[in-house]
Design a protein around this ligand. Structure first.
Ligand code: AAT
Length: 281
């Protein structure tokens, strides 16, 4: 018997793929977690039935949430990830040897536990083996309230604005993030699909602009997310992602990145007209 997974992206469109079975299925205090095995995309983690990561295309998302900010900030030492319990963002941050401590604040301990068990290629740095990584199982909102003026970079690697992540798209949260960053800090947040989520983007960027002096959107190609056309918000107190980008520093990195490179860094900030319109002032 063939097993197929389908996620609806709108009322009339979805993505579907052939699976070989379910590796874990369970409900936490916050959400339904499923990890399934697919033929084309490897293991895939779903929260409340929506794709979070797959082994095959997670490199795009995790390269692009992490490296642009880490290569724009001249000396990132303290980095916080909110969400991201699979560990992929922390894995990329750890490639930057100057980072002294990366803290993960994930609301759902079950996501961390099952990622360590079933998704080791992503969770390799959050399994307790790296002293430069600290884990907190907590709501990101509560955590940053208690940690002001502490971080060079904060990555908001969160779910879509439903369930526990709703608050992570609001102006009050961005004010707390602003306060949790040092005076030249940078925040990057996943910011949905310009193709399908125009309304969410409009509100999100309005909220960000109310708080940060520099707010830019950049894009990445992520096949398993709705439309495949995904975006990130770069919100910064001092450094501009293009004007303050040190191309040479990024080009001479001493580690491999399968998606990110110094040319793409600049290209990613160039947007099609409809995407610019979503976030126009
Ligand atoms: N690394 C790509 C995976 C994710 S999952 C996002 C994580 O954010 C989930 O594990 C979820 O439990 C966590 N999360 C949600 N709300 C909060 C919160 N308030 N505080 C801390 N963690 C939270 C990102 C997928 C993007 C999907 C795009 N379609």
């Amino acid at each position: 018997m063939d097993l197929w997974y389908t996620e609806k992206h709108s009322d009339n469109v979805g993505i579907t793929m052939k699976t070989t079975g379910t590796l874990f299925s369970g409900k936490s205090e916050f959400q339904q977690l499923d990890i399934i095995d697919t033929l084309e995309y490897g293991k895939m983690m779903l929260l409340d039935g929506l794709v979070m990561v797959t082994e095959r295309d997670e490199f795009v998302y995790h390269d692009m949430i992490a490296h642009p900010a880490l290569f724009v900030h001249p000396e990132p030492k303290q980095v916080l990830v909110i969400g991201g319990g699979d560990g992929g963002s922390i894995r990329e941050i750890m490639k930057h040897k100057g980072v002294e401590l990366a803290t993960l604040c994930e609301i759902d301990g079950l996501v961390i536990e099952k990622s360590i068990e079933l998704l080791p290629s992503m969770a390799c740095e959050i399994d307790g083996s790296n002293p430069r990584v600290k884990l907190h199982v907590d709501d990101g909102l509560a955590y940053i309230r208690e940690h002001q003026n502490e971080f060079d970079i904060i990555l908001v690697d969160s779910t879509d604005p439903i369930g526990p992540a709703v608050g992570l798209f609001e102006e009050d949260f961005y004010r707390l993030v602003f306060g949790a960053l040092k005076e030249d800090g940078i925040m990057v947040a996943q910011s949905e699909s310009p193709f399908y989520h125009a309304e969410i983007q409009k509100n999100m960027y309005k909220n960000l602009r109310a708080v940060f002096p520099i707010v830019e959107m950049y894009q990445a190609f992520i096949p398993t997310y709705p439309s495949g056309f995904w975006s990130f918000a770069f919100a910064s107190k001092k450094y501009h992602p293009v004007k303050d980008f040190d191309r040479e520093r990024a080009a001479s990195r001493d580690f491999y990145t399968k998606y990110y490179n110094e040319d793409l860094h600049l290209g990613a900030f160039m947007l099609p007209t409809f995407a610019k319109e979503n976030i126009a002032d």
